[in-house]
Design a protein around this ligand. Sequence first.
Ligand code: NDP
Length: 329
Amino acid sequence: MKAISINQFGGPEVCEIQETAIPAPAAGEVLVRVAYSGINFIDVYMRNGTYARSHTYKTPLPMVIGMEASGTVEAIGDGVSDIKVDQRVAFCLSRGSYAEYVAVPAWKLVPLPGDISLEIGAAAMLQGCTAHYLSHSAFPLQRGQSCLVHAGAGGVGQLLIQFAKHLGATVFTTVSTPEKADIASSRGADHCILYRDTNFREEIMKLTSGKGVDVVYDSVGKTTIADSIRCVRRRGLCVLFGASSGVVDAIEPLALAEAGSVFFTRPHLADYMVTADEIRGRAGDLFRLVKEKRLSMTIDTVFPLADAASAHRHIEGGKTRGKLLLQVQ
Ligand code: NDP
């Protein structure tokens, strides 16, 4: 089969298409014939070595990257009873999805409802389940509360804004350009802050009469975290969940105290997708809202598998206005 294999950490050019053996599903696994593989920022961290020391996400070289896909079931390993050959499925958090076939633990698979396309199946899982756990579990938003979502026109950002609005929250968001502000507004954001023109912390304080927001969801990291903490209301929560601008390697405990005894967490999706019930529950909510047209997703660009490097340049360049997919077969 063809796969994008990484032989050394580095820039997008290390994404090389190679011939490799089709994996055999072990006991408890299912072999999926991949239709679309989703591109996520985590793939960049795996490719460039950011996660080389991560205990949660292993990155042994050489490796096939890619953390989510949709496709059809090709073969089933011993002990799997609830998944059938030819069934349409999607999954996330199982590495190796930039490939024509991938063996996935059966408990991580989500059967796709008939009205959900393979494109949406691949596009929705990782970013959608992330937006779901952030808004429903890491900080369960309630009607009347407020949040700040950074990168509101990005993949996770657009979905997080929509979940937050469904839950009844007021949503503030930061974006780099007026075009991206239009995208975030179309997803329901109440206030879009153009962070290149305006200091986002001063703007949040002005808009909340000096109180701050109940929760900040920060995926940008290095360039935003200090001010993010200072946007949170007294005893609110700062959720740092990404590093699009670079890794945050230290937080001063006193900075949390001085911001108003703010709580701080740095979650991984994997810790909020621990059982089959949890995965299927989040994905079920997601697909139901898509079906009811209460959650919209935009496919930004579909790249051929062989052009994974261009997809990485696109996401790293901050060009995303929705989901990037690789068409595999
Ligand atoms: P996005 O589509 O959101 O792309 C990243 C966006 O970040 C850009 O479009 C850009 O928006 C903004 N950005 C700000 N500074 C930079 C910079 N220096 N370089 C590049 N982009 C920048 O990506 P995803 O939706 O795929 O992922 C969003 C984040 O969520 C990532 O950091 C990812 O790692 C994280 N994540 C974390 C998970 C977790 O459980 N912890 C799970 C899934 C994703 P703008 O132009 O408006 O600034």
